[in-house]
Design a protein around this ligand. Structure first.
Ligand SMILES: C[S@@+](CC[C@H](N)C(=O)[O-])C[C@H]1O[C@@H](n2cnc3c(N)ncnc32)[C@H](O)[C@@H]1O
Length: 280
């Protein structure tokens, strides 16, 4: 017999479980809930796998692929070949769609991803590359333990570069090195309208012109928040931000969540990196 419907649902559930049929029903319901959760996870994994396959299939000019190969051979970035091809494809895409505005990279380190973006965009489209080209600034209390642990390693002189190279933050003149790397890889900054801007984002990112594509790779909360505040409002309709560190560093993730919470006019897309596209 069913428990009277006037009883609270918690009590009705307990009474139902007191009979063998009720117990079987409760078990079946629990199995169903688990199956639904597994299905949700599988759908999420499938979506990510699909976007990875699409992103890996880009058709890039051979000279851009050649620059990507050189950047990887010369250990100018921690980004994978696939990540670099994705960035190059986004630069080609703003050209194909005629999205107005400059290309920005904030956080260049040895210049690897910036060189790829510069090689992929049209030479006449201006690009600005912002970096302190020195030691990364300290994180703040808005960054998590992961960030503070990483920063301590860097500050204590213990960080290692790729393949045992000297970590980029300890180099004598990183700006000159990056400038030389652009030229050596066949993308001289002056001929590709690229400006390398040395200094803290807080002091250097000051323009108000339109932006077609920005690769934000400044790792920490304050660096990311500064970039978002100064660049997101300048995005052209259809323009895009790529947040390199959203899945990697707690502070970046928090800054992005804080900035876009309740803010209209932007679509967030979960790809291999987080993308933000200006609607319109
Ligand atoms: C992860 S690295 C960039 C890597 C590069 N995009 C690549 O993959 O080829 C981050 C860079 O951002 C710089 N950076 C972080 N916060 C900054 C800030 N507030 N102002 C200027 N540079 C900053 C660091 O010094 C470092 O060179």
């Amino acid at each position: 017999m069913d428990a009277p419907s006037s009883l609270p649902s918690r009590v009705r559930r307990r009474l139902a479980r007191a009979t063998p049929t009720g117990r079987r029903l409760a078990e079946t319901e629990a199995q169903l809930a688990r199956a639904r959760a597994e299905l949700r996870d599988a759908r999420g994994r499938l979506k990510q796998a699909r976007s990875r396959i699409t992103e890996a299939r880009h058709d890039l000019p051979t000279e851009v692929d050649a620059v990507i190969d050189r950047v990887r051979e010369e250990r100018l970035t921690f980004l994978s070949r696939r990540d670099l091809r994705n960035l190059a494809a986004l630069a080609r895409d703003v050209e194909a769609r005629g999205v107005p505005g400059e290309v920005i990279e904030a956080g260049a380190a040895l210049g690897g991803s910036a060189i790829v973006l510069a090689a992929a965009k049209a030479p006449e489209r201006p690009m600005r590359v912002y970096d302190v080209f020195d030691m990364i600034p300290a994180p703040s209390e808005r960054d998590g333990d992961d960030v503070h642990r990483r920063y301590e390693t860097i500050r204590d002189g213990q960080a290692k570069g790729l393949g045992g190279d000297v970590y980029y933050g300890y180099r004598e003149d990183l700006l000159a090195e990056v400038s030389a790397s652009f030229a050596r890889l066949g993308v001289p900054p002056a001929e590709h309208r690229v400006e390398l801007v040395k200094g803290l984002f807080e002091e250097t990112i000051t323009g108000d012109g339109p932006v077609a594509l920005a690769h934000l790779d400044g790792d920490w909360y304050d660096s990311t928040m500064t970039c978002l505040e100064r660049i997101a409002p300048r995005l052209s309709p259809g323009g895009r931000l790529v947040l390199d560190d959203y899945y990697a560093w707690s502070g970046c993730r928090r800054a992005v969540d804080d900035y876009f919470r309740g803010r209209e006019g932007y679509a967030l897309q979960e790809r291999a990196r987080l993308h933000v596209v200006r609607r319109g």
